[in-house]
Design a binder for this molecule. Structure first.
Ligand SMILES: [Zn+2]
Length: 464
């Protein structure tokens, strides 16, 4: 047993309960991609690890994106004409469409309904919905409550602000012997939901605390950022150092009862991929490994073709495969201390293996090279904005309300096809390869590629 493993084992008893307690403290806070909820969250993390905090002003350009206005909320409710409060933000912050603009007016039932979001298939749960880049207001309620609403004059109040401000994120760096870095990333933008993603926040906080006094070969960088826009902003500001990242993991959905699942990096066979898979194989428990796909969390940005970093994601049940996903059921009952502790241990085993292999790792077989040979035929395109994802909503190619999987089927399929085409149009994969990799029929992919060409996101290149 090396020093690293010994220290790992000493820490384990009780760690799940400590992580769970921190999650309970973070749970009531109304977070979003900007605002005081994120700052409060970073403050709580700072009680345990000395976080560096950053603020990026509204309107700052980060690749194809712009930092949005800052959103804050004090209160929100809907009252019937008899004064009865039927929807109350104080009872659950999921009741408000995240990023709702301020409003105070009286509306009819039909107008109210245009601003209500429900889950007809899960009628007892409140959905989580967002509207970051399209100004709107709304409430999320159970479908059962929706069905009981009667004709009335409803007073709607959303006491929020959407103003120039900044986007906040936190970073913690542990300096190892080498400049080579292991990147650990989680997001801090979801309101009251536990598995997605407070479990990731507490996992990284406790891992950082555990590693901070150890002597390490690698340097370790922990990111606490809002999803998508935060990852894009962080990469944009740190592009000059990005090559130092040798291995990375995105931590999300790490506290539910499901088995461990690993989503490989886009490189498919990087050292981090082989290391995590080895740890899972030797764990004696069931596990699942899935290939990289450009759908999911911030690995989409780290693995965009302009960077193609060796960043995978070690989770338990992968979102959105659990029915509690993005609903009020992703609560403090769903995540449990023993599962948090088990994931914590697996992450430490991954680090232990990476440390042990430092400077002596050889790829067992390089599938990247094989892929290059396979792709000689077909139509090739080049992603003209390969650094992170381009902002599809600004050209009308993205849904207006986020958070749900209940957008129209065609809209959803098109978004997925766009992500596949953009992520793999690197000059090495033809449209036919992308069709094969994604399992999406070529006839569905081709017209979407043409739309992307029209929007100057893609250009056809000659087959070399
Ligand atoms: Zn989510």
């Amino acid at each position: 047993m090396n020093n690293f493993e010994f220290q790992t084992l000493k820490k384990i008893p009780g760690i799940g309960a400590e992580m769970y307690d921190m999650m309970i403290k973070l749970y009531p806070i109304c977070r979003s991609i900007t605002g005081d909820g994120v700052r409060k969250t970073l403050d709580i993390i700072s009680e345990q690890i000395p976080l560096e905090k950053y603020e990026i002003p509204t309107d700052t350009e980060v690749f194809d994106w712009t930092i949005p206005k800052e959103w804050n909320i004090k209160n929100a409710y809907v009252k019937k004409s008899n004064g009865e409060k039927i929807i109350d933000f104080q009872k659950s912050n999921l009741h408000v469409l995240n990023y709702s603009v301020p409003i105070h007016k009286t509306v009819s039932l039909s107008e109210l309904k245009e601003h209500l979001f429900t889950l007809p298939d899960q009628p007892t749960l409140i959905p989580y919905r967002t509207s970051y880049y399209h100004e709107n207001w709304g409430f999320c309620i159970t479908h059962n409550q929706f069905l009981q609403l009667e004709e009335d004059d409803y007073e709607v109040v959303i006491d929020s602000t959407l103003e120039n401000g900044s986007l906040s994120y936190g970073e913690y760096f542990i300096n190892g012997e080498s400049d080579d870095e292991v990147l650990l990333s989680c997001y801090t933008c979801h309101p009251s939901m536990c598995n997605d993603n407070l479990s990731g926040v507490v996992l990284l906080t406790f891992l950082a605390e555990h590693l901070k006094n150890m002597s390490l070969k690698y340097s370790y960088r922990f990111l606490f950022i809002p999803e998508t826009i935060g990852a894009i902003a962080w990469i944009c500001r740190n592009e000059h150092n990005i090559k130092k990242i040798k291995h990375g993991l995105v931590a999300t959905c790490v506290g539910d009862p499901g088995i461990l699942s690993y989503k490989k990096s886009r490189k498919d066979n990087a050292e981090i991929d082989q290391t995590v898979i080895d740890v899972l194989k030797n764990s004696g428990n069931d596990y699942k490994v899935v290939d990289y796909e450009p759908i999911g969390s911030d690995e989409r940005q780290f693995c965009s073709p302009g960077f193609n970093l060796p960043v995978g994601s070690l989770q338990r049940t992968m979102a959105p495969a659990f029915p509690e996903y993005h609903t009020s059921a992703d609560n403090t009952d769903f995540v449990q201390p023993k599962y948090l502790a088990d994931t914590f241990l697996k992450y430490l085993q991954v680090f232990s293996k990476l440390e042990g292999n430092f400077g002596k790792f050889n790829l067992k077989n390089n599938k990247d090279l094989k892929n290059k040979k396979e792709t000689k035929k077909g139509q090739f395109f080049l992603n003209l904005k390969p650094k992170c994802e381009p902002r599809l909503s600004s050209i009308g190619l993205y849904r207006k309300v986020g958070g749900g999987t209940d957008i129209t089927k065609n809209e959803r399929i098109r978004t997925i096809i766009i992500f596949w085409i953009l992520n793999y149009s690197d000059g090495k994969h033809s449209l036919q390869d992308i069709s094969k990799k994604s399992g999406i029929h070529f006839d569905q992919i081709k017209p979407v590629a043409e739309i992307l060409v029209e929007h100057n996101l893609l250009k056809e290149i000659k087959n070399k």
